[in-house]
Design a protein around this ligand. Structure first.
Ligand SMILES: [Zn+2]
Length: 355
């Protein structure tokens, strides 16, 4: 009888430091195991050495992560040593780099926005409060546990950290989170409008967007409402506030979600102002993109849906249309019979009011 290998078997093998090349070629692989292997293959192509298992150290490209996995209960001396290690320095520099890119693209304003990277089972590195994301220094960064308690760092951690931590707790694959206020996307969040779908491939493949209701920023309640959506979505519009995203790859990938959403919202806003109905891709075309999305390990509530259920933009109401009616509309719009009927009714009403 052939050996059956599940996704859990592969995760256990990797956790012990084994490689997928040692898996038997003639074994039976469950569908989730096959998905995981495909996901690993893609991630390895992106130079991420290990899967984003809960508590995994993210790759920072420069220094190798410490052999021992730390957690919130680790001795203070070990946490301090980790916080001051070359590996951690690399991650702090990544936080500064992404912060600068957020600021340069005007995705953050004032001290707004915050970013976090999971660095252990229940610990994360994050940005400080009251600092512009465009001008942070590596020594400004903070280490916190998953309850938001600060473990290391001279500056106080961001007040919005609870939301990032709740995402990481609820979504074990989340290795990094990014929150900012990009104007076009935030415009959709303020209007309570979920961006329509089936318009641009990049957005369909890499983003999976939902809207969370408004609550005071930084409260556990706000984090809870966002966390409720991260099972099937990687980018959450926060009503009357901004956007938060998570990635199972790395911090830059979480940031890319922002670029993709913001470019998308900007583009469809332009398209919806051109006075003609926007063109959308067909359901089979979207299905093709969703297959790519699934192979990349990116969640989407539409995975597994039938083609007929895919392109549902019933809620989408482009608010602006061309003020000048097209020639076709003008011809259709002129209906002398209807105008005469309206005129007759108006006269009757006026006559009755006169009595
Ligand atoms: Zn915010």
């Amino acid at each position: 009888m052939k050996t059956v290998i599940s996704a859990r078997d592969i995760e256990e093998l990797l956790a012990k430091g084994g490689g997928v090349s040692s898996l038997p070629a003639d074994a039976l692989y469950t569908p989730s195991a096959r998905d995981l292997l495909r996901d690993l293959e893609i991630r390895n192509g992106h130079a991420v050495a290990k899967p984003a298992a809960p508590g995994a150290y993210p790759s920072n490209g420069a220094a190798t992560p410490p052999a021992k996995q730390l957690n919130s209960k680790s001795p203070k001396a070990e946490l301090d040593a980790f916080f001051n290690s070359a590996y951690c320095q690399g991650l702090k520099e990544q936080l500064c780099d992404i912060g600068r890119r957020l600021w340069q693209r005007a995705y953050v304003d004032g001290n707004g926005g915050n970013i976090a990277i999971r660095v252990g089972e229940d610990i994360a590195l994050c940005t400080p409060t009251l600092v512009s994301k465009g001008f942070m220094k590596p020594e400004d960064m903070c280490l916190v546990d998953f309850e938001g308690n600060q473990l290391c760092g001279a500056k106080k951690r961001t007040s919005e950290i609870l939301m990032h931590l709740q995402i990481m707790k609820r979504q074990p694959r989340a290795v990094a989170t990014c929150h900012c206020h990009p104007p076009y996307s935030t415009g959709f969040a303020v209007a309570g409008v979920e961006p329509p779908t089936c318009m641009i491939p990049e957005y369909e493949v890499f983003s999976s967007v939902a809207i969370a209701p408004y609550r005071t920023p930084g409260t556990p309640e706000m984090g809870q409402l966002v966390a409720d959506l991260v099972d099937k979505h990687n980018t959450i519009l926060m009503a009357n506030h901004g956007v938060v995203s998570w990635s199972h790859n790395n911090l830059e990938d979480a940031y890319f979600k922002m670029e993709i959403l913001e470019a998308y919202c900007r583009t469809i806003l332009v398209a919806s102002q051109l006075g003609v109905p926007v063109k959308t891709m067909s359901a089979p075309q979207l299905q093709d993109l969703l297959k790519i999305k699934q192979s990349l390990g990116i969640p989407d509530p539409r995975h597994g849906l039938k083609e007929a259920e895919l392109c549902d933009n019933a809620e989408w109401r482009p608010g602006v249309s061309c003020a000048v009616a097209s020639r076709k509309d003008a011809v259709v719009g002129f209906d002398s019979e209807a105008e005469n009927a309206v005129q007759a009714i108006t006269e009757q009403i006026m006559a009755r009011m006169g009595k």
